[in-house]
Structure formats: structure tokens, C-alpha cells
Design a protein around this ligand. Sequence first.
Ligand SMILES: *[C@@H]1O[C@H](CO)[C@@H](O)[C@H](O)[C@H]1NC(C)=O
Ligand SMILES: *[C@@H]1O[C@H](CO)[C@@H](O)[C@H](O)[C@H]1NC(C)=O
Ligand SMILES: *[C@@H]1O[C@H](CO)[C@@H](O)[C@H](O)[C@H]1NC(C)=O
Length: 444
Amino acid sequence: MLFSLKSVVVLTLAVTSLVSAHPHHGIPYPAHLLKDSHRPAVPAASAVASPVAARTKLSAYVTDWSPPASIAWSKLDNVYYAFGIPDQTGALGNFDPTKLASVVSQAHSNNKTVSLSVGGWTGSLHFSDLVSTAASRESFATILTKAVSDYNLDGIDIDWEYPNSPNGVSCNSINSADTTNFLSLMQLLRQKLGANKLITAAVAIAPFFDGSQEPSSYLDPAWGTTVDYLNVMVYDLAGMWNPTTGSNSALANGGDFGSVAQAISQWTDAGFPASKLVVGCPFYGFLAAVSQPPTATNEKVPFSGTTQIQGDQYDEQGTDPCPGATPAFSGEYQYRSIVADGIQANQSGWTTWWDSKTSTPYAYNTNKKTFLTFDNPQSLKLKADYVNKKKLGGLMMWSLEMDDAQNSLLTAMQGVRNLIEINRSFVTILDVCTPEKEHVNAVR
Ligand SMILES: *[C@@H]1O[C@H](CO)[C@@H](O)[C@H](O)[C@H]1NC(C)=O
Ligand SMILES: *[C@@H]1O[C@H](CO)[C@@H](O)[C@H](O)[C@H]1NC(C)=O
Ligand SMILES: *[C@@H]1O[C@H](CO)[C@@H](O)[C@H](O)[C@H]1NC(C)=O
């Protein structure tokens, strides 16, 4: 998928083989840029959640290139419209303003909100330059603020993949002060947009990289007081950069691949507030050719060959916007295809198992010798339970059109939404009472 939102390759271990080819990796940065004294002094905004943030617990990415036929507005709180891509002047392009206007008007007539998501995997080329000086930040923040007013938006979501990181596309501009400058941009944006607009960012499973391209062990507390949410992209954990197959979005026990639990503890260990961390969920799985079948107790098997095969019918070859980039499949297999292909019903050569360690399902096709890791209603319900138990900010998913026609995945995530979250003991009472009520009705 050309513009897909990726959380790939954040684990140092996993990237070793990829970064060696990266032109930016290993270039020493001027030491003075690493000093905290270069952080511009911008007053921190209030830590109090704005009304719009307080009612945003379940958000869906909707893409400009494949919008859902219809949106189940009653089942979500907020839409992230992907993407406005900034050019080197910060001007936003690559989306259809008419389509955006239609989503905004539908949302508002349903009392829901829309943020424009800016950047994305292939749209992060210029962020570093756009935030590098006070003047460039002022100019970029002015463009973003104008977009909010031009399109009647409720917020801005920045999908910078990733600050000072060699793990994005190879021609992203990067700078050792990226994370600090990014915060300064967000602070400026908060000043310009005020307290009642959503300011969010899609982030990797490890905290923003520090000046030496390591996950920050300590994040400036102003991150927590400035943004409404950080949406942690806990997906694309499985891929051919790993030694074997594994879970695309493990809830826990992901080992070297990472997991929701691991990502959340990394961000909170770095000092970011749990209540503003949102767990990002995939509405797709990841398909790969393998050289041996998984078993009922082991989903980690070797890949066959080194080429990423096509996922489902929607998976098209994409090319990074960089010199020398070659087209490749992503291997994405959308949930609507998983349902249409009868994978969970063990049809057409498929067998599906549940991995109780990672709390995700996986499947193997004996005819095609392919392995699929994915999320289903059961795994997403457990992610919603986790968010409630840990009092996190909510759930986000990429992306809405990939759900089946019954919105099975979106429905499975409802447990994080306002009414239910406000009083979980009330919900427990409801859960307990419902079967009895049905029984009473049946007797009548
Ligand atoms: C819109 O939703 C908010 C909370 O989600 C609620 O407080 C408000 O009453 C709603 N407004 C309408 C007109 O339904
Ligand atoms: C699919 O096969 C697995 C492994 O035999 C089994 O555990 C599972 O229940 C089957 N699913 C269905 C829907 O039959
Ligand atoms: C939730 O409901 C229970 C039972 O009615 C009540 O005791 C409790 O105070 C409520 N909690 C909140 C946060 O409203």
C-alpha cells in the first residue's frame, strides 16, 4: 500500500540488516545540536483533557484513496483522514478536498469529529526541515491551522515516520534535534488551535528517538501536557525483516517482535502519561510464504525465499518516493478478505489457530504454503479490555474500509467507548443481567 501507515522496524535488533544500506545511518551529528539548551522556550499548555479529547476513545483512520462505502458513525468517536502530505514548503497535498469535506460534513451531522492526518509512511520526507527553525515551524503551523479552518476540522494528527530515525523511507530528511523540534511544533500548534482542537500523533512502538537515534528513555513532560493523544502503531510487527513469522500485533509476549504491552510500558517508562496513549490496531493481517507449517502451539516458522508475496486482492505493489526504490508488495490481507475467503472457517486449505500467548489468531494454507497473522473480533476485544484495565486513552485502527460488511472488528472494540468506560462496574452489571433478562423474555 503506497501510503500505508507503518510502525515497522523499531527494534534495534530487527533493523540491523536494513540500516546498513541507509544513507543517513551512522553520520555523526554536530554535538551542539544534542544539547537541551537548544530547546526553544515555549510555555506548556494545560494538561487538562479538552472536551473533544474526553469524548474521543475510539478513532478510525479513513483513507483518501480507499474510503469506506459507508461509515458506521454510531460505533466510533473520531476519524483521522489520511493523508495530507506536506511538500518542502509545508503545503498539504495528495488528498481530495471534496472527499474530505464530505467526511467532515457526515461526521458533524452525526456529532462526531475529524482530524486531518498529515504525513504517513511515504509523506514524511520534509518534516525534519519543516520543524527545524522557529521560522519554519511558524510557517508550517500556520499552514496546519489554516487547514483546520478551511476544512472545518476538529484536529490535526501528525504521522511523522519517524523523527531522527533511519527506520522510515530512505530519503526522509532527518536531524538529531527532530524530537525536540517536533515538540516545539506541537506546542506552537496548541497555541494557535487552542485547547478544544485535537492534537495527536501516530507514533512507533518505541518512544521518539533521541539525538543518538535511540528510543528516548526520558521524554520532555511538555509532550504529555501539549498533545491530546499519541496513537501507538502496534502493528506491522511481523515481517520478513524478522528471522521467522510471528504475530502482526501481539497483545503481550511478542518477544523480540514487540507487543502492545511492551510498547505501552516503553512509552510510560519514558514518562508519557498512560491516559494519553492510544493502542493502534490493524484491520489487516500479514501474509508470507513459509517453508514449514506452523502448529497448534507454534506460530514462528521460517519464511520461504526472500521476496514478499502479494497479500489479498487489494494489495498492490508500492514504491517508496526515493531514488532507486523498487516496487514491492506489503503482504497486507484485509479482514474483509479474511472473512470472504473463509479463512477462520478453515475453508480452501486454510487452518486457523489461536495463539494464547500473543492473544492473536494465525492461519496456514496447506495448498499455497502461506502463513497469515491477523486480528479478529476476539483479539480486538482483548485489546479493548487491556486499554480499560490499564486506563489508557483508547483504541485507534488502520483502516476502516478493511473491516467486513457487518463492521465486526469495529463492533468488537466498543468496550473502550465513553459510556462503557465511564463506569465499568455498571457494564459488569449489564453483562451479568442481560442473559437473565433474555431468559425472562423467553419464558414469557
Ligand atoms: C454530542 O456528543 C457529546 C458527547 O459525545 C454530547 O455531550 C452531546 O450532547 C452530543 N450532542 C448532540 C446534539 O447529540
Ligand atoms: C480450524 O481448525 C483448528 C485446528 O484444527 C481448530 O482448532 C478450529 O476449531 C477450526 N475452526 C473451525 C471454525 O472449525
Ligand atoms: C460506578 O457505579 C457504581 C455502582 O453504581 C458506583 O458505586 C460507582 O461510584 C460508579 N463509579 C463512577 C466512577 O461513577
